[in-house]
Design a protein around this ligand. Sequence first.
Ligand SMILES: [Zn+2]
Length: 99
Amino acid sequence: MSLYAKCWLFTTWFLILFFSFPFWISFLEQRFGPTGVLIGGGFWLSHGIFMMLVFRCPNCGLTPFRSSKDFMAWYYPWPRKICGHCGRDHRAVEDRSAR
Ligand SMILES: [Zn+2]
């Protein structure tokens, strides 16, 4: 599976979570009170961090959700097809050296 496909799988999951947010956050609040909201918020934030740390260009390490390695860079909610730094095609199926 290509990095691009993996990123889209994660983005789909992220969108499902996003639209079901009112349901699971109220469930957590009923179950655990204000702590539940904190748990939900932490769960949500961890997804953003996960997104930036796990999905990386095998050549240069730039996440496909970011436009370039510059200080002023855009973040996208969906992955880029081509790496913004080294120009690698993320749609290409990875070889064995790049996990
Ligand atoms: Zn790259």
